[in-house]
Design a protein around this ligand. Structure first.
Ligand code: SF4
Length: 112
């Protein structure tokens, strides 16, 4: 019999204590990217858009647009982002309106 089942019977708790206590597995969860506008050049912004398999990243003029609702947290943009992108660590992403999941990130990196 699985140890977790016996532990659950003994403790009377079979789930984690989240959100009352931090969820320990959150440290290893893949999360959507966060971008540093100061390091984000036009070339890097185009590269991360090209790398995104789900269409979560698009360009709108001088902005990179991230649709977190379409992001699968695959990490390809982080690999292609040349240091301008990192894991955000954010996993509490519920929103009451779809538009709240869309972020506009200014592309202000040195264009040299
Ligand atoms: S993590 Fe993957 S799906 Fe999400 S924005 Fe980056 S490339 Fe697109």
């Amino acid at each position: 019999m699985a140890a977790w089942f016996l532990r659950g019977i003994r403790r009377g708790v079979v789930t984690t204590r989240y959100p009352a206590e931090p969820e320990p597995s959150a440290r290893v969860l893949p999360t959507p990217p966060a971008f540093d506008p100061r390091r984000l050049t036009d070339a890097l912004a185009d590269a991360v858009v090209d790398a995104c398999p789900s269409g979560a990243l698009t360009r709108d003029g001088a902005f990179l647009v991230l649709d977190i609702g379409a992001c699968s947290a695959c990490g390809r943009c982080i690999a292609a982002g040349g240091g301008a992108a990192r894991q955000s660590g954010l996993f509490e992403l519920a929103a009451t309106e779809r538009a709240h999941l869309v972020k506009r990130i200014p592309v202000t990196g040195d264009q040299r």
